[in-house]
Design a protein. Structure first.
Lengths: 483, 44
């Protein structure tokens, strides 16, 4: 008759091996220790040294914690290595569905004149700055040949509604020409100033999402986003409300950009989103491109000031949630998904290998193709590092397998980049070669001097601290990931 | 604390961890993305 062995037979003493792990000191004697797939423990330095030295014994508590988080394993035990491999593969499954996002810059013209405009919009010359139908159809052929089973086509500008007839042509052609089994989603990124019943009807008929910009209450928004008449906020708010009514409350989202004038207004900004029944907010810093550099908007505050703004905003949002209103902060939600699950994320700016080309392609109004939206923003500033080719001569394969993209993607692996390779936050982070090229002249980046790195570490550290120290906040943060 | 009990400076500890785990890290990555993963895909 089969019998269980004595408990001693399962004791790991003297038979343990260390698994790959990384650590970061959060504060004083508190270390965050993470494994290859982002399972994390908070340990004291003494506990960390004991784990690394395999100075562990069955029943001492630390052994059980380290074993559960896959920081140590029994020598020769294959199951834990296979589990780590399977989970690592799952976390990087985004690589199996290449290039799900396709941005069509249907015009560079815009009737706004925002000083932080990162795409360097133009105000005149329809002939020169609008995408032609021929270019659009070439771009569509490339987009439809991407391997991803579901692709998203996003219409960008300038203000894309200034070339609405072309949007209609592209949507109709995409529906007509799409291969069997391929799903297509459409998004128009618009400031809503030109929103009409015709546009809303078209969006409803074609299940098109709208994405807009809302920087906060009227005085702040209008200061950030000037246009003739000074009524950008009125038009945005009216547009949001009309779109919610015509398309459904979840068919329009808004993005804010933080300027110097926003820094002490985070509660006002969040309240404006709540007032308009938007389903969350993305607290975003300015990016170092376009007019944000030319007009020196980018230099008007530093990373530390933005982090203070962000932490204050996140804590305010948590209080809103505690009062019963579900209202996520989307940047935290993206990171939490990486921290609390093995689901691959679609967000192209926070993954490794980088999302350039493999996550998104950008078809510019003039037929040039870029590896990311920020790459085309740089090109408007005269730097064509992330230009992959031209729609008159290239197809999907020649763009994605170009030597330029292969080299840039190969160099973007945070898993083996200096600093990142030994960073406890690496499993939750990503690489941003365009940002580091723009700010440091090096796509890999010099991480100790990188504001991207400082921002990531600070926000991730804040989230880990909230998850560990505050059960009420932790329950809310976990809830944002679950839906 | 005796010399033996003093914690290693962070960078030395990182180096120690890396050198002790590089082999098993390579095995995990190979299981995830290398020939073994391809075998699993083709048999599945």
């Amino acid at each position: 008759m089969a019998r269980f062995q004595e408990a001693d037979a399962f004791a790991p003493a003297g038979n343990l091996q260390l698994l790959p792990l990384r650590f970061e000191c959060l504060r004083n004697d508190r270390y965050l220790v993470s494994n290859l797939v982002g399972d994390a423990l908070h340990l004291t330095r003494r506990e960390l040294d004991k784990v690394v030295g395999l100075d562990l014994a069955l029943g001492d508590g630390l052994y059980e914690r380290a074993f559960e988080k896959l920081l140590v394993a029994a020598k020769g035990q294959k199951a834990q290595l296979q589990l780590l491999a399977m989970r690592l593969r799952s976390r990087m499954a985004f690589l199996q569905d290449a290039t799900p996002l396709h941005l069509f810059v249907v015009t560079l013209r815009c009737e706004h004149s925002c000083p932080y405009c990162q795409v360097s919009r133009r105000s005149v010359d329809r002939e020169r700055f609008d995408m032609s139908p021929e270019t659009a159809m070439r771009a569509l052929r490339v987009a439809l040949s991407a391997p991803a089973p579901t692709i998203k086509i996003e219409f960008q500008g300038g203000e894309p509604l200034l070339n609405f007839p072309l949007i209609k042509q592209i949507v109709a052609a995409a529906r007509r020409d799409k291969p069997a089994g391929k799903n297509i989603e459409f998004v128009i990124a618009t400031n809503l100033a030109l929103l009409s019943d015709e546009v809303l009807d078209f969006c409803r008929e074609n299940s098109i999402l709208l994405s807009t910009s809302l920087d906060g209450p009227a005085d702040l928004h209008n200061r950030n986003r000037p246009r003739p008449g000074g009524n950008s906020h009125d038009l945005a708010v009216a547009g949001i409300q009309r779109a919610q009514k015509a398309l459904g409350p979840d068919r329009i989202g808004a993005l804010m950009t933080t300027t110097q004038a926003s820094l002490d207004r985070v509660e006002d900004i969040i309240n404006e989103y709540l007032r308009l029944h938007l389903d969350g907010i993305f607290l975003r810093p300015l990016s170092p491109y376009g007019f944000a550099i030319k007009t020196k908007q980018f230099d008007k505050y530093d990373g530390r000031e933005w982090l203070k703004f962000y932490e204050r905003g996140l804590r305010y949002i948590l209080e809103v949630n505690k009062r019963g209103r579900r209202f996520p902060e989307f940047y935290a939600t993206i990171l939490l998904r990486r921290m609390l699950s093995d689901l691959p994320i679609g967000y192209v700016d926070l993954r490794s290998p980088a999302g350039i080309g493999l996550g998104a392609l950008v078809y510019n109004y003039d037929g040039k193709v870029f590896a990311s939206d920020e790459g085309r923003m740089l090109a408007e500033m005269g730097d064509r590092t992330f230009e992959l080719g031209d729609l008159t001569t290239d197809d999907y394969a020649s763009l994605v397998f170009s030597d330029k993209l292969v080299e840039l993607v190969g160099g973007s692996l945070s898993q083996c980049s200096p600093e990142c390779a030994s960073c406890a936050f690496e499993p939750y982070c990503g690489s941003d070669p365009v940002y580091h090229h723009a700010t440091q002249g090096d796509p890999v980046g010099i991480k100790p001097l990188s504001e991207f790195c400082a921002r990531q570490k600070s926000v991730l550290g804040l989230l880990f601290t909230l998850l560990e120290d505050s059960p009420e906040d932790a329950a809310i943060l976990r809830g944002w990931v679950c839906r | 604390l005796s010399y033996k009990d003093k914690p290693l400076p962070d960078e030395n500890l990182r180096e120690k961890i890396a050198s002790e785990t590089v082999g098993v890290r390579n095995v995990i990555v190979a299981l995830a993305f290398g020939a073994l993963a391809r075998e699993r895909d083709s048999s599945g």
